[in-house]
Design a binder for this molecule. Structure first.
Ligand code: SF4
Length: 423
């Protein structure tokens, strides 16, 4: 029998900690959704041809759009001297900003090739900022596969932006800051609900670089994504108070998330009911269609996006799926406190990864559906398992009442496809 690295409890939940070989995307992948969100930002990856290929395949769908990311390829020829590499970077940035005056925020994104690691990108960002400020703000963060898994790319990007947030004026009333990139359609839906609740809300990241929300002791922060540990820490350091809540997936998660904000702002319970009941009803009806297809189906999550725990809670509580194992790359106990309390007693959570051991557990459990990264999906499909790519869950609008049915459907689709194949 395999010996796990460590098993400890989280409340009454066993947590299996593993440290071994991992199969996850790097943080560069976050650019695929971040470049659509901040419309006047540009992401300049300082990397190798591998990084350029990854981005091209991950963002292939964007081929006809005006690109808001590119790769400055730092090759061996640059190793002759770091000064040359810095000169090369300055030249590329000058060319880019000359051609694209619409860019107001430029991120230099580090990667893991050794020649890039040697470059001090924070020094490059401050040097270039001095040249292009105030019309362009230039920041840097790392999307390197050594330091980040794919959703941590968003955390690193937003964390780099936090020091630029203006201080909120003293003495002004409390306001809500929703933190985490959300598709515009979802952000608009939440804005309307917060409006109905009478809560003054701002979103971070904003749609434009000039719309950075103020932050300070009168800020109440609600996380929209469970993978923003560093960003949340830095915003708390600016004086904001974190509101711990389940994440807004499904009817229960969305209602609980909104309720935590409503309670913090003293919203009348009747007003809360009035503002949320239509959405709840729409979501309940949408989920009804998928319940019998997912009822009792066994699901196994490999660690990838850090969305695994909130999604597992949604699938078990609202669609009666059976959780075999819920893997997460990192378990942030404070941010996930409300989620962990809602998981069925005895759910096995695994943190980190030893991919071979986990594959053995998965094969032995014979789940009906496996949620995993692209690298594992093909081999598992070839073994006859049904898989769902976790990256699709990050790219798709899945938050809030009006996306609850679409979220359930994302799990129904691979099961229906498999059923058609074996029929
Ligand atoms: Fe690969 Fe590293 Fe580039 Fe990511 S950052 S694509 S892991 S070389």
């Amino acid at each position: 029998m395999q010996k796990p690295d460590a098993i400890s409890g989280c409340g009454d939940l066993p947590v299996l900690r593993e440290r071994g070989q991992r199969e996850v995307f790097c943080g560069l992948t976050g650019i695929v959704w971040l470049h659509r969100k901040i419309q006047d930002a540009f992401f300049l990856i300082v990397g190798s041809r591998t990084c350029a290929h990854l981005m091209q395949s991950a963002a292939g769908v964007m081929i006809f759009a005006e690109p808001r990311f590119a790769t400055a390829i730092i090759e061996e020829r640059d190793l002759a001297g770091l000064a040359d590499a810095h000169d090369e970077l300055d030249r590329i940035v000058a060319q880019l900003l000359d051609r694209r005056p619409d860019i107001k925020l430029l991120f230099l994104v580090g990667s893991c090739p050794s020649e890039v690691i040697k470059l001090d990108l924070s020094r490059a960002a401050s040097r270039l900022s001095r040249t292009y400020s105030p019309s362009v703000r230039i920041l840097n963060y790392s999307g390197s596969g050594i330091e980040t898994t794919f959703t941590q790319g968003e955390d690193a990007c937003l964390a780099a932006l936090v020091p630029s947030l203006p201080a909120s004026p003293q003495g002004c009333p409390a306001s809500l800051l929703v933190v985490g990139a959300l598709p515009e359609v979802v952000e608009d839906q939440f804005s309307r609900i917060f409006d109905d609740l009478g809560i003054d809300v701002r979103f971070f990241p904003p749609r434009h670089a000039a719309e950075l929300p103020p932050v300070g002791p009168n800020t109440r922060m609600l996380l929209a994504q469970p993978f923003l540990a560093e960003t949340a820490r830095l915003i708390e350091d600016r004086g904001a108070t974190l509101l711990v809540a389940p994440f807004p997936f499904g009817v229960d998660g969305t209602t609980a998330w909104l309720q935590v904000a409503a309670t913090a702002f003293g919203v009348d319970p009747l007003a809360f009911r009035r503002a949320t009941e239509p959405g709840r009803e729409r979501a309940r009806r949408a989920l009804q269609r998928y319940r019998c297809q997912l009822w009792g189906k066994k699901i196994f999550f490999f660690p990838d996006s850090q969305l695994e725990i909130p999604l597992a809670r949604f699938l078990s509580r609202e669609l009666s799926m059976e959780l075999v194992e819920v893997g997460t790359p990192y378990l942030h106990r404070q941010h996930l406190k409300a989620e962990l309390a809602l998981l069925p007693a005895g759910t096995l959570i695994s943190e980190g990864q030893d991919v071979d051991r986990q594959l053995d557990r998965c094969r032995a459990a014979k789940p009906d559906i496996v949620v995993c990264g692209l690298g594992l999906a093909n081999p598992l499909e070839a073994e006859g398992m049904t898989t769902k790519w976790s990256i699709e869950l990050v790219f798709s609008p899945i938050h809030g009442y009006d996306q609850a049915g679409d979220l359930a459907e994302l799990f129904v689709r691979p099961l229906s496809r498999r059923a058609r194949l074996v029929a």
